[in-house]
Design a protein around this ligand. Structure first.
Ligand code: ATP
Length: 238
């Protein structure tokens, strides 16, 4: 099997005190992997470590290449798109300018028109709102914009941090339907951090479970969702 991403004994800290204590897991190429765990387990920190945003030890490999210690900018240019916690859209800019920035920041040689058309096929609402400031969009639309901004950089790997947070169940359902389509169509690999474990395990083909900075389980999404001990301890929230 080839992997989009491999974490080998990865440690991370914010200066004092270690947050990740040497975690190992991999994201198979072209598949969705869910990263689950309770509040404070270190899920967001793991995504930041992959993106080069914090001090990281061990080894992070992207399509076999060691990217540990590279800058966030270099990692973005190598095809990693991060959709952060809280979405990170520029609220004072229009939808279109947010999308232009997505393509620019990654400095990748894609065809912006073509990726824009593709994004608008997935999210027609954004096309209607093209000239509107991102800050005037609904929560669901802002999440769609954040995902679209990642997509226009034509990434090989998308890191999604809690896309369902703060959204009404009906919007979450719609959003996850589109994420499923994106995963199927584009062959893009995804690492999905979610509080809503049951939802994540429906979309993902495999999963890893974090507990206070340690990886405590990993395997196929099906196996994890059927494991009674894990379900009782961690998966009762979906
Ligand atoms: P949540 O769903 O609550 O975001 P999480 O699993 O994503 O949980 P992290 O956000 O990665 O967890 O946090 C892991 C630990 O790191 C927590 O103890 C948190 O307090 C700490 N932490 C997070 N961000 C920082 C920071 N900027 N500086 C110092 N400590 C931090």
């Amino acid at each position: 099997m080839s992997y989009a991403l491999e974490l080998n004994d990865v440690t991370a800290s914010y200066g004092h005190g270690s947050i990740l204590h040497g975690i190992n897991f991999a994201v198979p190429e072209g598949e969705v992997t869910a990263l689950l765990g309770a509040n404070g387990a270190g899920k967001t920190t793991t995504l930041r470590a992959i993106c080069g945003m914090i001090e990281t030890g061990g080894e992070v490999r992207l399509f076999g290449e060691d990217i540990t210690g590279k800058s966030p900018d270099a990692i973005a240019r190598m095809g990693v798109a991060h959709v952060p916690d809280g979405r990170g859209t520029f609220t004072g800019l229009t939808v279109m300018d947010n999308l232009r920035l997505g393509a620019l920041i990654a400095k990748r040689r894609g065809n912006f028109r073509r990726s824009l058309d593709r994004v608008f096929d997935y999210f027609p609402r954004l096309k209607e709102r093209m000239g509107q400031h991102a800050g005037t969009l609904s929560g669901g639309e802002q999440q769609m914009l954040a995902i679209s901004r990642a997509l226009v950089s034509e990434p090989h790997l998308i890191l999604l941090d809690e896309p369902s947070i703060g959204l009404a169940p009906v919007i979450v359902k719609q959003l996850f339907g589109i994420l499923e389509q994106i995963a199927q169509d584009a062959g893009v690999s995804m690492l999905l951090v979610e509080q809503n474990s049951n939802l994540a395990l429906k979309l993902a083909s495999n999963a890893a479970l974090l507990e206070v900075g340690n990886l405590v389980a990993q395997g196929s999404a099906e196996a994890l969702s059927q494991n009674q001990d894990i379900a009782r301890a961690y998966l009762g929230d979906g």
